[in-house]
Design a protein around this ligand. Structure first.
Ligand code: SF4
Length: 62
C-alpha cells in the first residue's frame, strides 16, 4: 500500500511523526515528508494508526 499526504490539509502537528518516525518527517519549515511512501507490510499497522489519528484527515492509504 501507499501513503500520501494532502499538504493543503496538513497542519504539521507531528502526530504521524510521533507514531511512525521512519515513515513521516517534518522539516525545518514544517513541511511533511513521507520517507517510505510504499508502506512495508510490517509498518502497515503504525501507518494505519497515523492515518486514523491525523486530526486533519490529511493522510490517505491507497
Ligand atoms: S498527523 Fe496529519 S496534520 Fe499532523 S503532521 Fe501528520 S499529516 Fe500533518
Amino acid at each position: 500500500m501507499k501513503v500520501i499526504v494532502d499538504r493543503d490539509l496538513c497542519e504539521a502537528n507531528g502526530i504521524c511523526v510521533g507514531i511512525a518516525p521512519d515513515v513521516f518527517e517534518l522539516d525545518d519549515e514544517d513541511q511533511l515528508h513521507i520517507l517510505a511512501a510504499e508502506v512495508a507490510d510490517d509498518r502497515l499497522g503504525d501507518v494505519e494508526d497515523a492515518v486514523a489519528q491525523c486530526p486533519k484527515a490529511a493522510l490517505k492509504l491507497l
